[in-house]
Design a protein around this ligand. Sequence first.
Ligand code: FES
Length: 97
Amino acid sequence: MIAMNKNVEHFYDKVMDYEGKKLAVHKDDAGKVTALNPTCTHAGCTVQFNAAEQSWDCPCHGGRFDVSRKALTGPPTIDLETVFRKDNFHEVDVIKS
Ligand code: FES
């Protein structure tokens, strides 16, 4: 179980370390939070958030993923792994799937 709280607010749209794991965490305009495994599915580099395009971009070979995890362009053909998705991130403990 991963228990999250308001302290992670400043980690949105970044790759964060949490309990020894890296998470790519994004909060959409409706408040839904999506946490992805930031390991690029092409060759294992770590994606970074692209605020202008609202995507997770890989610095190694230009792969790009949308904020929900889908591979958009570049070498990756497999989507990023979803760790969890929650509508209200602040009021629940999150059980890792
Ligand atoms: S490792 Fe990400 S595009 Fe190649």
